[in-house]
Design a protein around this ligand. Structure first.
Ligand code: RFL
Length: 386
């Protein structure tokens, strides 16, 4: 059974789909969002937390930033630790002088769902898109939803991307060969800054999420089962890699979640064709080293909203044809920086000549970041900007 045709059928109620939906409604484009999970599941999924200045601008200028302005906190510094010492890089004082706003992704998603519904939008939770055909989405269970355009905002493993690659769209891909145990702890942050610790046992990271929740990362071997990491072991390993003997203890708390993330990146050569266009992780997966994923989702939603509005208002694809050129260079810039960060944070394993050489390069890069204003400006501009 098909329902009436809407302007845009959006698949996925993550940051990309929800921002796109609200922007389209604002521009007078009717749309419907299909989301396979329940509202509770979507609003409860803790992932990102660092919103770049551009994302904050897009959200606030479009009436989507109430929650983050009221409850987010500003971050302008990150700290690097290694066996050569510690230093803080105040990126708010370098580059364009911009800041991150720390606001948990699940809270942003909650705000976005509420605002989209308030604007009169429709979300069908528990509606899994099973197939995308020319201008129509078949929902598992039988219904067909038709739109003049389909927006695949269904993440990296979604069917939007699969529909494009099935028709020959190629992917550029990189495996960083590194995995992280991503831990969410009911513990207040232990540092005022984002913490990056380089250690011969592997990288460890600290990122505030709220006054009572902190995300930690521990580099671990590929194929690690999170069950191997007890709460005890996590805190003991964090203490070693973050060198708490030297720099002071971490504030501990219950581990709320632990998952292994393989650091992989990829980008589609084209983010859409015909009547199917993608935004967010569906276009490209980016390794979490520089906390770019959710920010790229917001950026692409903004660009795609403009392109779809133009296509619907004026007919045909001139504005959609510009979407790849607007979106891909920015995406690649973020990937280049994330890749650079990955090299900075992950030293080679072992102690042979090659590993020692690689580690010294890592230290030289850190030392340059510590002392060179030009290098700090480069870092700041890319870390907080898009
Ligand atoms: P999402 O958030 O994955 O949302 C996609 C939605 O589509 C739904 N879906 C379907 N719905 C209907 N039918 C289908 N067939 C469907 N298939 C999928 C899914 O249920 C889901 O609700 O993609 P989106 O919107 O593109 O947003 C991307 C961001 O969520 C992601 O890039 C970030 O979370 C990445 N990320 C971070 N990004 C940052 O900018 N800053 C950070 O600090 C940061 N930390 C992180 C992160 C990702 C992490 N993980 C789990 C990979 C930390 C972690 C641990």
């Amino acid at each position: 059974m098909a329902t009436a045709q809407v302007g845009v059928v959006i698949v996925g109620a993550g940051p990309a789909g929800l921002v796109l939906g609200s922007l389209l409604l604002d521009r007078g484009v009717d749309c419907v969002i299909l989301e396979r999970r329940s509202r509770e599941a979507v609003e409860g999924r803790a992932r990102a937390g660092f919103l770049a200045a551009h994302s904050v601008r897009v959200l606030t200028e479009n009436g989507l930033g109430g929650g983050l302005l009221a409850h987010g906190t500003t971050h302008t510094a990150c700290l690097f630790r290694s066996d050569r010492g510690e230093f803080t890089l105040d990126y708010g004082k370098s580059g364009q002088g911009e800041a991150h706003t720390v606001y948990p992704q699940q809270e942003l998603v909650r705000d976005l769902v509420a605002e989209y519904l308030r604007r009169g939008g429709e979300i069908r939770f528990g509606a899994e898109a099973a197939e995308i055909t020319e201008g129509a989405v078949r929902v598992r269970g039988g219904t067909r939803v038709t739109g003049r355009y389909i927006a695949g905002c269904d993440g990296h493993r979604g069917i939007g991307r699969a529909a494009l690659t099935a028709h020959g769209t190629r992917t550029a891909r990189w495996d960083h060969g590194v995995s992280w145990l991503a831990v969410l702890a009911a513990a207040p942050p232990s540092l005022d800054a984002v913490g990056y610790a380089l250690h011969e046992r592997g990288f460890a990271g600290h990122m505030a999420r709220s006054a009572s929740v902190t995300r930690y990362y521990l580099q671990c071997p590929r194929g690690t089962d999170p069950a191997e990491w007890s709460e005890e072991r996590i805190w003991a390993e964090l203490a070693i890699r973050m060198r708490t003997d030297e720099f002071g203890p971490l504030r501990r708390g219950a581990v709320l979640e632990k998952a292994v993330v393989d650091l992989r990146s990829d980008v589609l050569e084209r983010p859409g064709a015909g009547r199917l266009w993608l935004a967010g992780d569906a276009v490209g997966l980016i390794s979490p080293t520089a906390a770019k994923g959710a920010n790229l989702a917001v950026l692409q939603a903004e660009l795609l909203a403009r392109a779809l509005e133009g296509a619907l208002a004026r007919g045909g694809g001139a504005s959609l044809a510009r979407y790849p050129a607007d979106c891909l260079p920015r995406l690649w810039r973020a990937h280049e920086f994330s890749h650079w960060m990955s090299g900075l944070l992950h030293g080679p394993a072992g102690d042979d000549d090659k590993a020692r050489y690689g580690r010294e390069l890592q230290y030289a890069r850190l030392e340059s970041l510590r002392t060179s204003r030009a290098h700090q400006d480069f870092f700041a501009e890319n870390y907080v900007g898009i």
